[in-house]
Unconditional design. Structure first.
Lengths: 264, 218, 46
């Protein structure tokens, strides 16, 4: 799955100024320039998310047929699976930004990691909650301590831990680095979540969507994929919006922020 | 690494108070449960592994703040980080000392504690093996969390937020192994998972801890 | 098989999460701007 957001290529470059000023590649890796870019891009991502969500829900609820075994309640899938995928994808991206932040001592990468965390946590919560309300009518229980559900719950607490650790120090740079390291260590959790349904006999169903093909009805799959992209676009929009606030706070002593704040 | 291990063990031996107290506390808890819950054998057999595992968790967790705090406060940590030895080596020594002080005694006592719950022999064996594999993982994961939150605001609560979720899978598989033993299923699957976790953590965590300590000291 | 309840609970939680996050984003931005204003005034007093 291509996890790159469009602006990530620019941001993942070194934060130190390049000796070649003509290289646009490094232009957006400073908070001041990225601030403007994020502000221009975010509304488009939100708009795209809304569009895709409307399309996805229309296909999912209006066009896709009723499931033979589960009836109507299977339609939670248009929320549950995208949310679960996003919870994992966002953690991965957050950990990548964390790795860049530690390796290159990049302030902006650390800010991006901090910006992703709350959104990731929300998606994880939605995945767990929607899963519970899917489980009750189909499995008979809201919760079971099997590998996948337990690891997803651990993921939620990893997000909380990241946020708490990042804010636990007076020096924000120390918080940046500690939280980034935590994110990197916790990445082990992702393969556990992903492969758990293969490795163990768990209550949670196995993957119906693989790279080689799918056993799902095509309209159900379409609805699910549309919702997945909707969530993805929303996540980018929310992250860009949040990072702008983080930049404002962290760079509030600089001249460019002071001049903007008067206008904004 | 041996030097740090020896030093920490000596420190723990010379100040047995805290270590023994923690241990005694949990042996007491594990002993009090059957008295409080009542003598119904089925209930006790189901509770036993879980209670003992929770005691192991808490024993590991409650001694974590002390793991690096003392050395951090008096500057020993900076000295150790400046030494030519790779930090991961002496970090391993420190973690091993923590495990020997908390996990090993509890593991060794677990058959006795398990008998109070009327666990059959297979369950006792599975519980012992699970604790032997799982308690080092708890020490490793706990050390990483302690290093990351060294000197942070919100100290104990932050440490709990970081460490307890990471402990949960160890708890689930560890208690599951003992229950499997009790019901006659082979605990091999649970134990091999714990073993895999131990190898992964044993190899990777010391480096993570070393990195976290460098961040803390800078 | 009234599964409408479960569907509604799941999607309602998502809607609440969405609104909560957007509200939080707005308030965080307002707080940051207020902080900047506050510091600017403090410096102006010096």
């Amino acid at each position: 799955m291509n996890a790159d957001k469009p602006q990530m290529n620019a941001v993942k470059a070194k934060a130190t100024t390049s000796p070649l000023p003509s290289m646009n590649f490094f232009h957006y890796s400073s908070p001041s320039t990225f601030f403007g870019l994020a502000g221009r891009l975010a509304p488009w991502f939100f708009a795209l998310a809304a569009l895709l969500a409307v399309a996805g829900l229309y296909v999912g609820f209006g066009l896709a047929p009723t499931d033979a075994t589960q009836g109507e309640v299977y339609r939670v899938i248009y929320l549950h699976v995208p949310a679960a995928w996003m919870s994992m994808l966002l953690y991965f991206v957050m950990a990548c930004y964390g790795a860049v932040a530690i390796t290159f001592n990049s302030r902006l990468s650390a800010m991006m990691a901090r910006a992703i965390a709350p959104t990731g946590a929300w998606f994880t919560f939605v995945a767990l909650w929607s899963g519970a309300f899917w489980g009750r009518p189909t499995w008979g229980t809201y919760w079971v301590w099997d590998a996948r559900l337990t690891s997803e719950l651990v993921l939620l607490f990893l997000y909380f831990g990241f946020i708490a650790l990042a804010n636990a120090f007076d020096d924000p740079r120390r918080g940046d680095k500690a939280a980034s390291l935590l994110a990197i260590v916790g990445i082990v959790n992702l393969p556990i979540i992903y492969f758990s349904v293969h490795w163990w006999n768990t209550l949670h169903q196995g993957s119906s969507v693989k790279l080689t093909g799918t056993s799902m009805h095509v309209l159900m799959l379409t609805g699910m994929l549309l919702m997945t992209f909707a969530c993805w676009m929303y996540a980018i929009g929310a992250t860009l919006t949040r990072v702008r606030t983080i930049i404002l706070e962290r760079e509030r002593r600089t001249r460019w922020v002071r001049s903007i704040a008067g206008v904004a | 690494m041996k030097a740090v291990l020896a030093r920490d063990l000596r420190l723990a031996w010379q100040n047995p108070g805290e270590t023994l107290l923690t241990l005694a506390f949990f042996v007491l808890v594990a002993t009090l449960f059957p008295l409080a819950v009542g003598p119904e054998p089925d209930l006790l057999r189901r509770l036993g592994p879980g209670v003992i595992w929770v005691c192991a968790l808490l024993a590991a967790f409650l001694s974590l703040p002390r793991l690096f705090a003392g050395d951090y406060a008096d500057g020993t940590l900076e000295q150790l980080l400046l030494s030519p030895q790779p930090a991961a080596a002496w970090v391993s020594g420190k973690i091993m000392a923590h495990w020997i002080a908390t996990g090993v005694p509890l593991t060794l006592l677990s058959p006795l504690l398990g008998l109070q719950y009327g666990l059959p022999f297979e369950a006792l064996a599975a519980l012992f093996a699970a604790l032997a594999l799982g308690t080092p993982v708890l020490s490793l994961l706990g050390a990483a969390c302690a290093a990351l939150s060294l000197g942070a605001r919100g100290g104990g609560m932050l440490l709990a937020l970081l460490a307890l979720p990471l402990f949960v899978p160890v708890l689930v598989f560890g208690a599951g192994a003992a229950e499997a033993g009790a019901t006659g299923i082979s605990p091999a699957a649970h134990l091999s998972l714990l073993g895999a976790g131990l190898i992964l953590a044993g190899v990777g965590i010391p480096f993570a801890v070393a990195a976290a300590l460098k961040i803390a000291v800078d | 098989m009234n599964h409408g309840y479960y569907l509604a609970m799941a999607y309602a939680a998502a809607a609440i999460a969405l609104v909560a996050e957007l509200v939080a984003l707005r308030r965080a931005r307002a707080r940051a701007l207020a902080l900047i204003e506050g510091e600017r005034e403090l410096e102006a007093q010096d």
